[in-house]
Design a protein around this ligand. Structure first.
Ligand code: PGA
Length: 260
């Protein structure tokens, strides 16, 4: 695990965008795992800028999103279909047929989830997965208690996550209770993982994930077992880390040949 602390979310996101851009330049047919929420927005803005200004080409890229609310049609403003279209896809040259997001309107959830897993396999597996982290340590919508080897499936949101996401809905009743999410095991098979976390609201979850025991009670803690996981933080999200001085020293003294 490489923990990189930057002075702002902008700088941390720019590093994340560089990692994505490096992959896409080396492998134009890269398979990206994408996340939603407020966290990846600055990274997506940077990718859009790189596409416009440096001709970063997404024409052969494939993407799979982590999750979607069950019951929300793609046109719903709080759906992750809507989020991805507005905040990323319509600004890039990624072909629509190459983008995949779980279907919130599926009438056969188990069959859909199996097909989603199969589609990831058929695409050659995920090259790089972008993640946020919930205040409770979730990744994707794998809430505390999720099996650490789980696959794409239905999950029920915790009251805390529903509350955290209430800002996207007009009434409490409208906030979905169920989602489809890639499993922890699905995420862990990505060749590379980049987790971003910003703000003091994430500090406790970040410390538990990075320095706590590996436990299903903090699903993000499984990333300690991944060979190539980069944790990009701003100062506030790094606030509860015990070894932050060490992480900073490592980053500041990286030999030039060693890439992030
Ligand atoms: P956020 O959500 O980016 O909106 O904070 C992150 C998450 O719940 O995974």
């Amino acid at each position: 695990m490489e923990v990189i602390i930057q002075s702002s979310s902008q700088e941390a996101s720019a590093l994340g965008a560089r990692l994505v851009a490096r992959l896409v330049r080396r492998k134009p047919s890269a398979v990206l795992g994408l996340a939603t929420g407020s966290t990846p927005l600055p990274l997506y803005r940077d990718l859009i800028r790189l596409h416009r200004e440096e001709k970063l080409d997404f024409g052969a890229v494939t993407s799979f999103n982590l999750d979607e609310y069950l019951g929300l049609p793609p046109a719903h403003p709080a759906s992750y279909h809507h989020f991805m279209r507005e905040n990323l896809f319509r600004h890039l040259n990624i072909p629509e047929e190459n983008t995949h997001i779980p279907d919130g309107l599926t009438t056969d959830v188990p069959a859909f989830c199996q097909a989603y897993e199969e589609a990831i396999r058929m695409a050659g597996g995920l090259d790089l997965q972008i993640l946020g982290i919930g205040g409770d340590g979730h990744i994707g919508f794998n809430e505390p208690g999720s099996s650490l080897v789980s696959r794409t499936r239905i999950k029920s949101l915790t009251p805390r996550t529903r509350q955290d996401n209430a800002r996207y809905f007009s009434t409490e009743d409208e906030i979905p209770r169920h989602v489809i999410t890639m499993g922890v095991g699905t995420i862990m098979e990505s060749q590379e993982i980049v987790l971003l976390a910003f703000g003091e609201g994430k500090a406790e979850a970040v410390a538990a994930a990075v320095e706590g025991p590996i436990t299903a009670s903090v699903p993000a803690s499984i990333l300690q077992l991944h060979e190539r996981a980069t944790i990009l933080l701003d100062e506030a999200a790094a606030g509860d880390l015990r070894r932050s001085a060490y992480y900073r020293w490592i980053y500041d003294h990286k030999p030039a040949w060693q890439e992030i």
